[in-house]
Design a protein around this ligand. Structure first.
Ligand SMILES: NC(=O)c1ccc[n+]([C@@H]2O[C@H](COP(=O)([O-])OP(=O)(O)OC[C@H]3O[C@@H](n4cnc5c(N)ncnc54)[C@H](OP(=O)(O)O)[C@@H]3O)[C@@H](O)[C@H]2O)c1
Length: 266
């Protein structure tokens, strides 16, 4: 499978790295176009892939063209790509908030996959939610699946509305968790732990907790009850979190992010 990248920044590079390290592509199969000459040079020397400053050369002969530029650059890019695709090529966009209709309309090309990855993709631990326009073939869906699989887990959804929902949960989610991590570390330092130890304790706790929930498949409430002994320390801590409205606050955060995702996409 030959893959072109338009935009070789953080996400483009994560995908290139994932494809190469998982052995899904060879450097000869990949060509990257980035507006920045220094980015192109970095990608060429780091991964030994082809690079091009010209869109035509980058796209020609590729099975999949990945769009990995920032949302604000899309309107300017699309007229430059319009009409350059052949019917059998697949466009795979990871651009947040860019609706499939915007991309198919702007590019004059109907086979489009839209995906929402998240930042842990940079270490192959991401989760991407994706959907496809009705013109995308089964074979092309398979290619999209394996490209996104190079970033971690991938989940296909049959309707684009779920992409906006996923944006508010898994897309923005790492930022919510980073804020929780930061706050817990500061609180741990506040009661007297060194910052170094606080960071290690918090990160291991977050990682281990997620893995425990995943591996046991138990409901979080059941797992929580197991560490909450009557009259104990955890019960005290949980009471403060409930008093502070943690659940309602998280719900409001997710709803606000979802509304914003719909606004940006619409
Ligand atoms: N980073 C993430 O974890 C993440 C997660 C989910 C979704 N995404 C989506 O992935 C997309 C890329 O994000 P990113 O973090 O990788 O951004 P980024 O690091 O800024 O990468 C974008 C790259 O594209 C280049 N570029 C800009 N305009 C271009 C054009 N017309 N033609 C070719 N190259 C162009 C940029 O160059 P300049 O810097 O010189 O402009 C930059 O090197 C975004 O749409 C974002 O919504 C990212």
């Amino acid at each position: 499978m030959k893959i072109s990248f338009i935009g070789g920044g953080v996400m483009g590079e994560a995908m290139i790295r994932g494809l190469l390290t998982k052995g899904l592509s060879t450097p000869q199969d990949i060509i990257a176009n980035d507006i920045s000459a220094s980015r192109r040079e970095t990608l060429r020397t780091t991964y030994n892939i082809g690079v091009s400053e010209d869109y035509g050369t980058a796209i020609k002969g590729s099975d999949v063209i990945v769009l990995a530029i920032k949302p604000q650059n899309l309107a300017e890019l699309m007229p430059q790509l319009e009409g350059r695709f052949t019917r059998d090529q697949l466009v795979l966009s990871v651009i947040a908030g860019a609706a499939i209709a915007t991309i198919t309309g702007g590019l004059g090309h109907r086979s489009v996959v839209r995906a929402m990855p998240n930042t842990p993709a940079q270490i192959g631990e991401g989760v991407s939610v994706w959907t496809a326009s009705s013109e995308v073939s089964q074979g092309q869906k398979g290619m999209a699946r394996s490209i996104l699989g190079a970033l971690g887990k991938e989940i296909y959804v049959p309707d684009e509305k779920y992409i906006d929902m996923a944006t508010a949960v898994s897309g923005s989610g790492p930022a919510y968790i980073f804020l929780v991590i930061e706050a817990l570390v500061d609180a741990a330092v506040g009661i007297g732990l060194s910052r170094e130890m606080a960071e290690e304790l918090v990160l291991e706790t977050v990682l281990g907790t997620a893995r425990l929930a995943q591996e046991t498949g138990k409901h979080p409430k059941e797992l929580r009850d197991m560490v909450t002994s009557p009259g104990g320390t955890t019960a005290e801590g949980l009471l403060k979190l409930e008093e502070g409205g943690l659940r309602a606050l998280l719900a409001r955060a997710v709803i606000a992010a979802y509304e914003r995702a719909k606004e940006l996409g619409g």
